[in-house]
Design a binder for this molecule. Sequence first.
Ligand code: IMP
Ligand code: MG
Length: 226
Amino acid sequence: MASEPIFIPDNQEFTLDQFLLPKNVEREDISSILIPGGTVRNRIKTMAKEIRDDYHNRDLLLVCILNGAYQFFTDLVHYIDGASQTGDNPFYFKFLPVNSYKDDKSTGTLNIGEFDPRVVTGKDLLIVEDIVDSGNTAVGKKFVPGVKPTGGLFQYFMEHNPHSIEMASMTVKRTTASNGFKPKYSGFSVPDKFLVGYGLDFNQRFRTLNHICVVSPTAIQKYNSD
Ligand code: IMP
Ligand code: MG
């Protein structure tokens, strides 16, 4: 059973002197630490246990959406392995590059990398994402609960007849831009701020940060692609 995401309040912030950050990260680039890495990992461990239990006798295929989900994904796989019991079915995984963002804005077009879609046929597919923001990447612009999605990754994979399809996302943003889609498994409900770290980037920067952080307006200006 999937537990509710942990609610991170809008005003939650830890200062940069309360947790360690690598020396090569310029302090002016990060406004605050939103979720310390230890909490992220503990939550992922819980999600892994829930997923392992739910997919006990199933044919689980995890699809890691690159690049953002790489850290969440490796932790998740590690903990799913650890939670596995004698007799549990093995699970499989695939990596899929997808992008739709320029700077801190969604372009609305999904670029999906090369993938042999036949590997999903008959499988219990779990899409692994770093963050759900508008929900467009997941299910397209419009979403009606209980109705087959007409866009996004769900539609893309459903064309190739998986046995089932769900999503696990490390975070879900509380935003007015949301189309209402909620992944079955989600780690944290986060404020509507641009986040970096734990795989999340701003123009390819800050992915390796050990905590989920709020990027500063200074960094957004400095590393803007125009
Ligand atoms: P959506 O299509 O609007 O739901 O956005 C999903 C994708 O946008 C995610 O997989 C991320 O790659 C990217 N994204 C959205 N919000 C953030 C953020 O705060 N930081 C970094 N990437 C983000
Ligand atoms: Mg992503």
